[in-house]
Design a protein around this ligand. Structure first.
Ligand code: PRP
Length: 174
């Protein structure tokens, strides 16, 4: 049973409660704005689906494919866009939705990149932040949880593309 290989770190109920709180804050902050949730694939697809439904605004959802790790567990520092936006984001208030900020290289690159593409504003919402690994200054406007230097899977996060479907955030056992 593959679940014997994992240990629950943040249960699904705790994630759901935190996501609802973030959604309420975003709803208040983006009232009368042109909110676009920019989901950074693949890891943030689960978080984006829950977050979008906890925001009470007529928002737009866009997806950007980014690969920064490959199947390795450490950052290469190379950010590659694997799937681009289908519509321009000029004049829109973009909120980047990330599952995790680790070194910060991906989010930092994307924030600059989207500003250059003419977004009216660019902010970052991340479910997880791993400060032990963070290498560049990064402003996370909406943060779910701060975690230690552990390799986590589930709720969208993978180990070599597996485990994204686990409802809880889990630690992979050796
Ligand atoms: C993860 C995560 C972020 C990035 C964060 O993506 O989704 O995009 O790494 O790391 P950083 O802060 O060190 O840049 P990953 O490359 O694992 O791809 P995935 O989302 O497809 O799993």
């Amino acid at each position: 049973m593959y679940r014997n290989n994992v240990e629950v770190s943040i249960p699904a109920d705790d994630i759901a409660a935190r996501v609802r709180e973030l959604g309420q804050r975003i709803t208040e902050d983006y009232r009368d704005r042109r909110l676009v949730l920019l989901s950074v694939l693949k890891g943030s697809f689960v978080f984006t689906a829950d977050l979008a439904r906890s925001i009470d605004l007529p928002l737009r959802v866009e997806f950007l494919g980014v690969q920064s790790y490959g199947d390795s567990t450490t950052s290469t520092g190379v950010v590659q866009i694997t799937q681009d936006l289908t519509k321009p984001i000029e004049g829109e208030d973009v909120l980047i939705v990330e599952d995790i900020v680790d070194t910060g290289l991906t989010s930092s690159y994307l924030m600059n990149h989207l500003q250059h593409r003419g977004a009216a504003s660019v902010k970052l919402c991340a479910l997880l932040h791993k400060p032990a690994k963070t290498a560049v200054p990064i402003d996370i406007s909406y943060l779910g949880f701060t975690i230690g230097d552990l390799f986590v899977v589930g709720y969208g996060l993978d180990a070599a593309q597996r485990y994204r479907n686990l409802p809880d955030l889990c630690i992979l056992k050796e």
